[in-house]
Design a protein. Structure first.
Length: 160
């Protein structure tokens, strides 16, 4: 089942110069980038993207975080891409994210440490949680014309 999913390299990932190393992890497993751009998020877009979180106590800090610098937005395609990309990204909290995941390898702070200080969990990356979320989020971030259909060297389609 070929899916597309939305990834954002958050401002901390861009500011720390981790864009290349993060994208490498997706390319390494054979996932395909079909959309890519840099965007400076405004508060309105933050509310649209994080519509499920706007009423939560951490939302204000999350909005401050996601609007503090440009993000790199990606649409990634592959077999069961939503689940596979979340596996590579790891769980929300870097403190408990296992080694080998992006959040576990490039950050370490827990939610309680950050939230107590009124700052968001700086976990480098966003990835859609479900196929429904992916469809909604891709529409928020990308126009059809910004997404590309092209052949890769190892076509997943040819594997049967
Ligand atoms: O990003 P993910 O889907 O793993 O987590 P989420 O529960 O959808 O939360 C969205 C984002 O809000 C997280 O990635 C964190 O950056 C932030 N967050 C936070 O700052 N404090 C929390 N207690 C929970 C989430
Ligand atoms: Mg989420």
């Amino acid at each position: 089942m070929i899916q597309q999913t939305l990834v954002l390299i958050k401002p901390d990932g861009v500011q720390r110069g981790l864009v290349g190393r993060i994208i490498q992890r997706f390319e390494d497993v054979g996932l395909k980038m079909v959309g890519m751009k840099m965007v400076w998020v405004d508060t309105e877009k933050s509310k649209t993207h994080y519509s499920d979180h706007v009423t939560k106590t951490f939302y204000k800090s999350l909005e401050e975080f996601i609007t503090c610098g440009p993000v790199v937005a990606l649409v990634i395609e592959g077999v069961q891409a939503v689940e596979v990309v979340r596996k590579i990204v790891g769980p929300t909290e870097p403190r408990t994210a296992p080694p080998g995941t992006i959040r576990g390898d490039f950050a370490h702070m827990g939610a309680s440490f950050s939230n107590k200080r009124g700052i968001a969990v700086k976990n480098l990356i966003h990835a859609s949680g479900t196929a429904e979320e992916a469809e909604k989020e891709i529409n928020i971030w990308f126009d059809r014309i910004e997404m590309h259909s092209y052949n890769v060297v190892y076509q997943i389609h040819s594997m049967g």
